[in-house]
Design a binder for this molecule. Structure first.
Ligand code: LLP
Length: 420
């Protein structure tokens, strides 16, 4: 499928919608998503799991807008959650309790209670202390709780250090020795059912090798458990499959994510094994489906730099500031203006507030509209009121229709929550 964000005669479209026409009637900045692209990503992920006992779970942390959750739910995905808030959103969006898995290094007693009461598919335990607390909660509630233990394999995922999770120096999961002991203890606990093994080694991983190494590690660990008479029925393979932030708009499917190549190599390690395979994917579901639309406020030249100052900022999209992430930026209307090297920056009072640095792009006039690509995942879900800037509105495109799926949250509304 051709990428839904594509140019027609120099004008950027999302599906059948002319974005400049739409944006000129709306307040910028705003997020805009393509329903077709979300469905397409879901299909690619499901197809990659064909031939296996496979179920994908969507990681709500990537983007929790209910309208988007409903599309993903309809695509047959479960929900991967990390907090009581995400449990609430997942259930309210319609995910069934037995299609919800719960990861996270710091689940509180209250959150464990909620998850046990709901009877979710698996609680993925990340420490000995959590195992004991969960055991107590399960006993109190008189509920047998299916669990997996998250193994930290000490494998380098070669991604940004802030989103690498599978090294022993990272806070996540437990080493294999500790995990083994925990399984032996859990197997004796009448209220815990250690059915699964869990692993998640990081996010925005672009190559197959770390996944294949992790899969082999998991299999030998499962064999070791089998020898100790602990039988494992499911493996939660985590998420982390990268998307391609480099290629321009209007790209073919194969260039958008690494899902196909990575998943086929990852799952192949488990061929001929009778295991249910779960996946927890966020970015590869929603990342390429969203753009942040913004307007140029000013341009300015300094003796050493060119700046394009836009109305989107790090409070809207923090990825460039936090991970030095690259997001493609294109104008909604192409004209024959010269290109120049420019920093694209927001109005927030921090030098770290930028959307791009030293980017070769058209010299845009004040008032021009731009699209910041690859913004569907970890964009709006990390937004804040910093500098008392609003949390912006979100829109969904389906064919030739544009629907508002969340209104902007203004500083005035925030103000109303305080006593003055
Ligand atoms: N499962 C677990 C246990 C996770 O911690 C994560 C992401 C996922 C699944 C989903 O990973 P994905 O398929 O989306 O890579 N804010 C960062 C990404 C943080 C990822 C946190 N964990 C960013 O903007 O790059």
């Amino acid at each position: 499928m051709i990428y839904p964000f594509h140019y027609r005669e120099g004008r950027l479209f999302c599906e059948e919608v002319d974005l400049e026409q739409t944006a000129s009637t709306l307040e910028t900045p705003f997020y805009l998503y393509s329903a077709a692209e979300i469905k397409h990503s879901c299909t690619v992920i499901r197809d990659s799991g064909r031939g296996y006992d496979f179920k994908p779970y969507y990681a709500l942390k990537a983007n929790f807008n209910p309208a988007l959750l409903k599309i993903i739910l309809q695509q047959g995905f479960g929900a991967d959650i990390v907090s009581g808030g995400e449990l609430y959103f997942a259930r309210r969006a319609g995910f069934k309790n037995d299609s919800i898995v719960f990861a996270g290094v710091g689940k509180t007693e209250n959150e464990l209670r909620q998850a046990v009461e709901a009877g979710i598919a698996s609680i993925n335990v990340e420490s000995r202390a959590e195992l004991y607390l969960l055991s107590r909660v399960a006993r109190e509630k008189k509920r047998r709780v299916p669990i997996a233990i998250r193994i930290n394999p000490d494998i380098d995922a070669h991604t940004h250090e802030y989103i690498s999770t599978g090294l022993h120096s990272n806070k996540f999961g437990v080493d294999a020795e500790t995990a083994f002991e925990m399984y032996l203890e859990a197997a004796k606990d009448p209220w815990l059912e250690p059915e699964g093994v869990h692993m998640h080694i990081g996010s925005q991983i672009e190559s197959e090798q770390p996944f294949v190494d992790a899969a082999r590690f998991l299999l030998s660990f499962i064999d070791r458990l089998e020898k100790a008479a602990i039988s494992i029925t499911s493996v939660d393979l985590g998420g982390g499959i990268g998307i391609n932030y480099n290629s321009p708009f209007a790209r073919p499917e194969e260039e958008r994510t690494y899902v196909k190549s990575i998943l086929s190599s990852y799952l192949k390690v488990f061929a001929r094994r009778r295991l249910k395979l779960y996946l927890e994917v966020g970015r590869s579901v929603i990342g390429s489906a969203g753009v942040l639309i913004s307007r140029v406020i000013y341009t300015k030249k300094t003796p050493t730099k060119n700046f394009t100052i836009v109305d989107a900022a790090m409070n809207n999209l923090i990825r460039p500031s936090l991970y030095k992430a690259h997001h493609p930026i294109v104008p909604l209307v192409r004209n024959d203006s010269n290109t120049w090297k420019t920093d694209v920056v927001g109005p927030v009072c921090e030098t770290g507030d930028f959307m791009a640095r030293e980017m070769e792009m058209p010299e845009l006039k004040e008032g021009s509209l731009i699209a910041i690509g690859g913004a569907g995942a970890y964009g709006q879900s990390l937004a804040s009121f910093y500098n008392l800037r609003p949390i912006v509105a979100e829109y969904l495109v389906e064919g030739d229709r544009v629907k508002k799926i969340s209104p902007a949250l203004s500083p005035r509304e925030l103000a109303n929550r305080f006593e003055w």
